[in-house]
Write a protein that binds this ligand. Sequence first.
Ligand code: ZN
Length: 54
Amino acid sequence: MKVSLEYLYHYICDHCQKWWTIADIKPDIGSHALCPHCGKTSLIEEIVQFQIKT
Ligand SMILES: [Zn+2]
């Protein structure tokens, strides 16, 4: 069988603090993301990684 890996990018809005998720599309540092909750944009400053090495 094949096993596939999916990356989930979790965004937290700077304005309303609500979050949303986009799979597999890596955001560019320095670009802006549009919040689906309040409609405002936030600057993407870094991508924090939590991957556990096994
Ligand atoms: Zn928002």
